[in-house]
Ligand binder design. Structure first.
Ligand code: NAD
Length: 496
């Protein structure tokens, strides 16, 4: 409802609406002289402004995290768990409202925006099993009267830097897991979609998170540099482009911080001729064009193997059926891109394919959306006859563009995938278990998804690794000798 928008994003919607900072449990107006506009991608109207937080404000935020850490890290694990149990319920209760805010700022369709929240919610639900996730290990009697055991301990103040494409899911990958482990958290959301993070912070406060356990600052490079350099921050989790991720990884690591950077992608879907055609075509279209291709797990590259080449005309027909419209319009399948610059970039990458000899079988560059003529729309686009040396293959497009390559055999397809420098995820469409197994073993990519043979290894990101990223191991070795076993003299040699 309008109240939430008014509180987090604005005092109404328009140029005067300001995004607050969240410092020490309060939503405060920034004193910054520098502000950035936030646009509705479907219209390019300014819907609010976000500050580049001042140095003093960023210091206040990190100091608040440091102060809160002393009590939060010692708060019982059951009390922390209770907060996240309440939090997951509040997210569920507010999922529609969060989705509306995502659609307004980011552009994706309302249904897809709910999915964005839902995937993040699953991580929050996972944090509720912290009592077993945080267990250490024990080994009794490693020598006489001596036992050894490990504790998983929090690491201190952690920070997260997030991209624009999942305004709910990616922040929710980060601070809930970080915090439930006993860390306090400084979040810098994408300056293009800051509202959703603010609403998530309010819900966390309503769930009972003490002041200072989560702080939010806004900004761009200065805020990122501040996070990479401030000595109180012990770990940084980043999701976004390669350019920013490599920079943050290097600068943060040089300063002795633990850093994880999840970066750009070029995900290949290998289509074998034995695959179920109906399902394959539907899956390909959904995964290539959903969220206008602005997903790190979008299947942006198809490799058609052998006879599967002949499926191209039907693939094009199916993609043509998608409705391009503003995300809040009924029946919309493909929303706008985030900015006019993103649209320009996507269009120029399509053109580069044409210039290098590829064929555009479906061209979404001139799509017109009635009533939204100023939006950043690109319709579903399919580029075939693509070869690995072309720019449209080498670069991440991050738009509703499927580039199609062909291969004579599975071995040839695997060679293509393994040569590509990106490796976020991949899928193989087949009904043959031996083919799927070979692909899994030989392909050099982090996440493999088999379709129609289905094993989902999903969101291992902060789900599985999160607990390791946000904790450190403390090993305790203790010796309790019985009275009569007291040493008679000092033992200076190592016992054999
Ligand atoms: P981005 O790198 O432009 O921005 C991400 C964050 O980094 C933002 O908070 C931004 O303020 C900051 N930033 C941007 N440029 C910076 C720079 N030069 N130096 C320091 N900080 C900088 O990314 P984006 O456009 O918001 O998001 C899209 C990208 O994110 C795509 O490349 C996509 O593949 C990637 N992504 C990856 C994953 C994953 O899990 N691997 C998930 C989602 C998105």
């Amino acid at each position: 409802n309008g109240d939430h928008l008014i509180l987090y994003l604005s005092s109404g919607i328009g140029e005067q609406s300001t995004t607050k900072l969240f410092i020490d449990g309060k939503f405060v107006e920034s004193k910054s002289p520098e502000w950035l506009d936030i646009h509705n991608p479907a219209t390019n109207e300014v819907i609010g402004r976000v500050p580049k937080a001042t140095h003093e404000e960023m210091l206040a935020a990190v100091d608040s995290c440091s102060r809160a850490y002393h009590t939060w890290s010692e708060t019982s694990i059951l009390a922390r768990q209770q907060i996240f149990l309440r939090y997951q319920q509040l997210i569920k209760d507010n999922i529609k409202e969060l989705a509306k805010l995502i659609t307004l700022e980011q552009g994706k369709t309302l249904a897809d925006a709910e999915g964005d929240v839902f995937r993040g919610l699953q991580v929050v639900e996972h944090t509720c099993s912290i009592t077993s996730l945080m267990l250490g290990e024990t080994l009794p009697s490693i020598t006489k009267d001596m036992d050894t055991y490990t504790y998983r301990m929090p690491i201190g103040v952690c920070a997260g830097i997030t991209p624009f494409n999942f305004p709910a899911m990616i922040p929710l990958w980060m601070f809930p897991m970080g915090m439930v482990c006993g860390n306090t958290y400084l979040l810098k959301p994408s300056e293009r979609v800051p509202g959703c993070a603010m609403m998530l912070a309010k819900l966390l406060q309503d769930a009972g998170a003490p002041d200072g356990t989560l702080n939010i600052i806004h900004g761009q490079h200065d805020a990122v540099n501040f996070i990479c350099d401030h000595p109180a921050i012990k770990a940084i989790s980043f999701v976004g482009s390669n350019q920013a991720g490599e920079y943050i990884y290097e600068r943060g690591s040089k300063n002795g911080k633990r850093v994880q950077s999840n970066m750009g992608a070029k995900n290949h879907g290998v289509v074998m001729p034995d695959a179920n055609k109906e399902n394959t075509l539907n899956q390909l279209v959904g995964a290539a064009f959903g969220a206008a291709g602005q997903r790190c797990m979008a299947l942006s590259t198809a490799i058609l193997v052998g006879e599967a080449r002949n499926w191209l005309p039907e693939l094009v027909e199916r993609a043509k059926g998608l409705r391009v419209n503003a995300g809040d319009q009924p029946g919309a399948d493909v929303g706008p891109l985030i900015s006019p610059q993103a649209k320009e970039r996507v269009n120029s990458l399509i053109q580069s394919g044409v210039d290098e000899g590829a064929k555009v079988l479906l061209d979404g560059r001139n799509v017109k959306v009635k009533g939204y003529e100023n939006g950043n729309f690109v319709g579903p686009t399919i580029v075939s006859n693509v070869t690995p040396d072309m720019k449209c293959y080498k670069e991440e497009i991050f738009g509703p563009v499927l580039v199609v390559l062909e291969a004579d055999s599975l071995d040839d397809a695997i060679k293509i995938v393994n040569k590509n420098p990106y490796g976020n995820g991949t899928a193989i469409f087949t009904t043959n278990g031996a083919v799927a197994r070979k692909y899994t073993h030989e392909v050099d990519v982090g996440q493999v998804i088999f379709f129609f043979f289905l094993i989902f290894s999903f969101f291992i990101h902060e789900h599985g690794w999160g607990i390791q990223f946000y904790t450190q191991i403390k090993t305790v070795t203790s010796q309790w000798k019985a009275e009569d076993a007291t040493l008679k003299s000092p033992a200076v040699t190592m016992p054999t």
